[in-house]
Design a protein around this ligand. Structure first.
Ligand code: GLN
Length: 600
């Protein structure tokens, strides 16, 4: 390191060490987590301008993947502007699915993107909301931690934000922390995050942060050309906060023209070589290669001066394996159709992880999985059940409340009786128990107390531990739990004979233990349960009764990864392929070729 840089580092360390606690002697304030080593972690910070929904999470996770493939340790974090303490109380209709981490944190769906793209389990350290930040500040205030100071947005609230990033840096020992700022530059609710990032760069010193402005280039049809003004003004907004972006990444339908790039470069003080086109592409999985080919990863490495930390030996192999996956996604040999039976089917984001899990399983089985959306709140039970006759498999996903449940139960009955492959996820597990109790065990009135509190057969009832928790926020059984797998079952085969697996949960209700024996006597197999508790977690039908009928109280969709498809989804897709084969075979029997329809 040259002496000038070294002196700067020493300065930074000196300044940081004096920032740790509130006092009257200094206006600086940045609580430092124990073990924080200034200069060890570098930061890439991604802001959105012009509008939300540009895919900041996909961009940022793809960029993080490029650096991870070069041997760097990366740790992502999403900073949400909203005041909810977590995403658990958000309506999936408005905000997309609630993603659950292994430690039980309920987060925004972007955390799913990071886990999948990086093949890395994340925790509450990787997610913050304004609700969390303010709660922490108010708690400290009540404890008198601010030593008589008036508690202010700057430096105390921004101090908490910086401290959250540094805690992640310590815990992950990351070379690079990727920070995604939720919302758009100019929003009131994320403005203090932006200010915190400016302070972070100031405190950490030169070469510590790369600022990326992700922007959108509009292309009004009546003009027929790309216009850069909205992007210019958006980036001006960022410059006005005291942040000079190092990189501008332009979203748009078509590749961004040189003229537009030049205007942005000039208007924003960003070298033209650092203005990139991130136009629409066929699949999100090609984005890491798109970034690499454009050289964006190299610009980050240079601005952060971390070339000396790279271990690129594994990069070629990692890229080859990934390309194999992308090729299988893009040119599959076959296709199958799986019906997704739900309530929010008009909002695809509410089922994001399921869609991805099917994509991963499809890639592994070399087929494309079409999804047929069946909204049971729109159809009567008879029509709902008939809607699945032509598909190769069905999924009943997680859900809450009464609406549409009878339609789901009708679909499960049809799938069970017509031997259509079935995968039930959480509510889909509970619905399968109700269906089986009603139609195979003679408990006509069987139901969940979530749906019919006065049912005479509450086969699904609220967990005793959940009964004690009031209110709606954070009162579910959440996060990763061990599941004991019964040997010689479909579940055991799917999980390669593992005696125990870890799945992620998010539920309030469970199978009432009083009914376990009756359900089992009726032929239902509980092949996964909580160790030491009578909490049923996987059910199935024996394979001589049904080719693939399995459901879990968990949400296995959260654990599927591009290169490691979740076994229950892979099993469904393979069973769907087998059903497609047998339907095809029926259509081409000799009887069929003579004009008599044998495909009954
Ligand atoms: N509503 C059910 C419960 O609370 C299922 C929850 C879910 O599907 N995530 O147990």
């Amino acid at each position: 390191m040259n002496p000038e840089r070294k002196a700067r580092m020493v300065d930074t360390e000196k300044m940081l060490s004096s920032l740790g606690s509130a006092s009257d002697d200094t206006e600086f304030y940045a609580p430092m987590p124990a073990g924080y080593r200034p200069g060890r972690a570098k930061y890439v910070i991604v802001f959105g301008t012009v509008m939300s929904g540009l895919g900041k999470g996909i961009f940022s996770s793809s960029l993080a993947k490029c650096l991870k493939d070069k041997g760097l340790t990366v740790a992502p974090i999403k900073l949400e502007g909203y005041l909810n303490v977590d995403s658990g109380t958000l309506n999936p209709y408005r905000h997309g699915e609630v993603f659950v981490l292994d430690d039980g944190m309920e987060t925004d769906m972007d955390l799913g993107t990071y886990e999948r793209m990086l093949d890395q389990d994340l925790s509450r350290l990787n997610f913050a909301t304004s609700g969390q930040i303010y709660s922490r500040v108010l708690e400290k205030e009540r404890q008198g931690s601010y030593l008589g100071r008036d508690v202010q947005m700057i430096p105390h609230v921004t101090g908490e934000v910086k401290s959250k990033l540094r805690e992640l840096a310590v815990a992950s020992d990351a070379d690079v922390v990727f920070v995604e700022i939720g919302g758009t530059v100019g929003d009131v609710e994320n403005s203090y995050y932006i200010e915190a990032m400016r302070e972070l760069a100031f405190e950490e010193g030169p070469d510590s942060c790369t600022f990326v402005a992700l922007t959108y280039i509009i292309s009004p049809p009546m003009l027929g050309e790309q216009k850069s003004k909205a992007a210019q003004l958006g980036i001006r907004g960022l410059l006005a906060t005291g942040i000079q972006p190092h990189i501008i990444a332009c979203r748009g339908k078509e590749p961004i023209s040189q003229k537009v790039k030049e205007k942005l470069a000039l208007y924003s003080n960003v070298p033209i070589g650092n203005v990139f086109s991130m136009h629409d592409c066929t699949s999100i999985y090609v984005i890491p290669d798109m970034l690499r080919e454009a050289g964006l990863d190299e610009v980050v490495i240079d601005t952060l001066r971390i070339r000396g930390r790279l271990h690129p030996e594994g990069e070629t192999k990692a890229r080859a394996v990934w390309s194999g996956f992308v090729n299988r996604i893009q040119s599959p040999s076959r296709e199958v159709t799986v019906a997704l039976i739900g309530k929010y089917t008009s909002v695809r984001d509410s089922y994001a992880s399921i869609i991805h899990a099917l994509e991963h399983a499809g890639a592994a089985a070399d087929c494309h999985v079409n999804i047929k959306w069946v909204d049971t709140t729109e159809l009567d039970t008879e029509r709902a059940a008939r809607a699945i006759d032509d598909v190769h498999g069905i999924i009943v996903p997680g859900g809450f409340g009464v609406r549409g449940t009878e339609g789901k139960i009708a679909c499960i009955e049809r799938a069970r009786e017509s031997r259509i492959p079935y995968l039930g996820l959480c509510y889909g597990f509970q619905m399968a128990v109700i269906e089986y109790a009603r139609h195979a065990c003679g408990l006509k009135d069987a139901n969940s107390t979530e749906i019919a509190p006065d049912t005479s057969h509450p086969v699904i009832d609220i967990l005793p531990e959940q009964k004690q928790i009031e209110g709606l926020g954070g009162n579910m059984r959440l996060g990763g739990r061990d599941v004991e797998i019964k040997s010689n079952t479909l579940a055991a085969r799917l999980f390669n004979g593992a005696p125990e697996v870890r799945l992620r949960f998010r539920h309030r209700y469970e199978v009432d233990p009083q009914y376990i024996e009756r359900l089992e006597a009726g032929g239902l197999v509980f092949s996964g349960k909580a160790p030491d508790y009578p909490i049923m977690q996987i059910l199935e039908l024996p394979q001589n009764v049904h080719p693939y009928f399995i459901a879990t109280q968990a949400h296995p969709e959260f654990q599927s990864r591009p290169l490691r498809p979740q076994p229950m989804f892979l099993g469904l897709v393979k069973a769907a392929l087998a059903r497609a084969d047998s339907l095809d075979a029926r259509q081409t029997t000799p009887a069929d070729t003579t004009g008599v329809n044998a495909g009954t």
